[in-house]
Design a protein around this ligand. Sequence first.
Ligand SMILES: NC(=O)c1ccc[n+]([C@@H]2O[C@H](COP(=O)([O-])OP(=O)(O)OC[C@H]3O[C@@H](n4cnc5c(N)ncnc54)[C@H](OP(=O)(O)O)[C@@H]3O)[C@@H](O)[C@H]2O)c1
Length: 259
Amino acid sequence: MSENETENETENVKDRGPRVALVTGANKGIGYEIAAGLGALGHRVGVGARDDARRETAVAKLRAAGVDAFGVPLDVTDDRSVAEAARLVERREGRLDVLVNNAGISGETGPGWVQDPTALDLDAVRAVVDTNVLGVIRVTNALLPLLRRAPAPRVVNVSSAVASLTRQADPAVEVGPVMAVYAPTKSFLNAVTVQYARHLAGTGILINAACPGLVATDFTGFQAPRTPRQGAATPIRLATLPDDGPTGGFFEDAGVVPW
Ligand SMILES: NC(=O)c1ccc[n+]([C@@H]2O[C@H](COP(=O)([O-])OP(=O)(O)OC[C@H]3O[C@@H](n4cnc5c(N)ncnc54)[C@H](OP(=O)(O)O)[C@@H]3O)[C@@H](O)[C@H]2O)c1
């Protein structure tokens, strides 16, 4: 490459401006802290959220903290909402560097967060699959054309260590209550993540699953030891991997989570 070409390349990269991220379910909890953390690292952050008031409040709070944040109306279960969100990011930014699929639900639980496999409401199971798995596929596929335009695209799927079949099958490991709806949706999500990684191998897009640990949010009724900011650490690390970083993996703060 000639010196001029190198200069032009550098100029083009500069023209691209800050890295652009979209975080789904970013109005609260771990998603909010992922948005805040990526913003603090210099990303321009799209705050994906389905409720207008909650989204606007989060965007205002992030901006007050110095984050270059913008709102993205986004219900991950709704094809039209997701398509419109992709159009908004395209019109505004022209590309996407980082997608964090964070939005997730547990579904109804009984006392002690138990979801009894012998007494499941199948419609309730479908609703959790629709958010935690189909929502991720829907959003990823809608944003993939914009990710392909970025120089170093990263996708993070926020999963959970309860998705680890290895840990669930080991009676010596403490894995919490039986969660017959939620846990399998995250195992499903992990399996989907691996298929994306295989399909996208060699494209420069790195896609990984992240467990945030047990975090005090609405999701856990705030009965958990970790803060949302601590929960955001691994997703942020995977969103900012170097080009030679892993893809198709499953990580928590301590390292690799066994499948
Ligand atoms: N907390 C934990 O201990 C823990 C552990 C392991 C994994 N996780 C995972 O971490 C992620 C974030 O959880 P969290 O603890 O931060 O929970 P949270 O405080 O309940 O936040 C969940 C977020 O997802 C959004 N969301 C849910 N359904 C959506 C939909 N259809 N479209 C768009 N957004 C939607 C929520 O929006 P609304 O405000 O509109 O409901 C909210 O912003 C989830 O994927 C969860 O499974 C959490």
